[in-house]
Design a protein around this ligand. Structure first.
Ligand code: GRF
Length: 215
């Protein structure tokens, strides 16, 4: 059966402001795709409400008491019902098993709040401030089995100011995330972006470094 537009699935755990940016881009016709389903591993995630408000199926899949592999099997089954062309991890706070990642290889994008490869992991804004970094930002990257280490597609860079706090950096980085994530998704669903033998291809050019946008 042919479909009008590609569909994406968005995985979240919390606030869902990046999901909102995708929902807004989709409803403005700027994404080139529809959002087919939103899945959260936390029942109270505000993002589930955002999905429902936009008329998008919102599913909670909790992981209590089951192994990572069992969770990922359930998640894959749920996603497969919606046949997504792309999975977007937008603040999804679970590590995906290698089997899951392999199953959707080249079709998973993540947004991470740092200039990867610097500052993988959690609590990036505080760590950046403590280290006295001059630059910070966010990265959209393909997901591979190496946590926060898949090939980077697009980065948003901002200068750290003397009076920045964790709160101000969180806000400024979010602004950038809401800008770069829909853009990378649009590139992917428009056929401009793909992962090929571990490298990012954009408009048939192999990227040796991510595309950079500045604040
Ligand atoms: C973002 O900062 C994203 O980079 C990180 O988790 C946060 C999610 O924020 N992976 P939100 O739920 O989209 O508001």
């Amino acid at each position: 059966m042919s479909r009008a537009a590609p569909r994406i699935a968005v995985l979240i755990s919390g606030e869902g402001s990046n999901l909102q940016a995708l929902l807004d881009a989709a409803s403005a016709g700027k994404l080139g795709a529809g959002i087919g389903v939103v899945v959260s591993n936390r029942a109270a995630a505000r993002g589930l409400e955002r999905a429902r408000d936009a008329g998008v199926p919102a599913r909670f899949l909790g992981g209590k008491g089951i192994t990572r592999e069992a969770y990922d099997e359930e998640l894959a089954a749920l996603l497969t019902e919606h046949s997504p062309d792309l999975l977007v991890l937008a603040g999804f706070m679970r590590i995906l098993s290698p089997k899951f990642v392999a199953r959707f290889e080249g079709r998973i994008l993540n947004i991470h709040p740092s200039l990867l490869p610097s500052y993988p992991g959690l609590d990036t804004h505080r760590r950046v401030l403590e280290a006295g970094e001059r630059w910070h930002g966010a990265t959209v990257h393909f997901v591979t089995v190496d946590l926060d280490a898949g090939p980077a597609v697009l980065q948003y860079r901002l200068p750290v100011r003397a009076d920045d706090t964790v709160e101000s950096l969180t806000t400024r980085v979010h602004v950038g995330e809401h800008f770069i994530l829909p853009r990378a998704v649009e590139w992917f669903v428009g056929g401009r972006l793909r992962l090929e033998n571990g490298s990012v291809m954009l408009d048939e050019q192999r990227l040796s470094q991510p595309v950079i946008m500045e604040e």
